[in-house]
Design a protein around this ligand. Sequence first.
Ligand code: PRP
Ligand code: MN
Ligand code: MG
Length: 181
Amino acid sequence: SEDVSGDLREVLYTKEDIDARVAELAAAVDADYQGRDVLLVGVLKGALMIMADLSRALSGQYPMDWMAVSSYGSGTKSSGVVRILKDLDTDLTGRDVLIVEDIIDSGLTLSWLKTNLQSRGASSVEVCALLRKPEALKVEIDVKYVGWDIPNEFVVGYGLDWAEQYRNLDCIAVLSEHVYS
Ligand code: PRP
Ligand code: MN
Ligand code: MG
């Protein structure tokens, strides 16, 4: 398998950094929801790593379900118009829901998703995102748990892809411009 280190400009967070931060997020979630039945909703595909690690760092039972969504419209990245490619199997009526995301970029996907899940009768819908890009946000969005705020640069690894590549890196890194220009 090819060495991808030349494709990365800078490692922002190592596996150890991520493990430590995810443990802190899990402790906060456990403390906030103690005794409640919380459904974790992962957003495919980017959230797969954070879901796997966060869920195992939590204490007690946290059922999980998955959605796959796709933004379309103008052709450029997030348009805010979202299509459900795979819906939840779970009825949300009266449920406490915690959406698990890898990154909030424009915030448009998550903003739509929160509203959508709330409209299904959930008791609460909160968000845990490992990364957020404050400079890229296009909508105000209340996020209960954030791993790190990062600069507005293209990052890959730990579930985050560029053209479906680099998701399996165990670190989070800035992609070199030569890869996509
Ligand atoms: C990425 C990321 C978030 C979303 C954030 O997913 O995983 O889900 O974009 O963008 P936004 O805040 O601008 O809406 P992507 O659409 O690339 O799909 P993927 O998770 O399958 O990679
Ligand atoms: Mn995603
Ligand atoms: Mg992607």
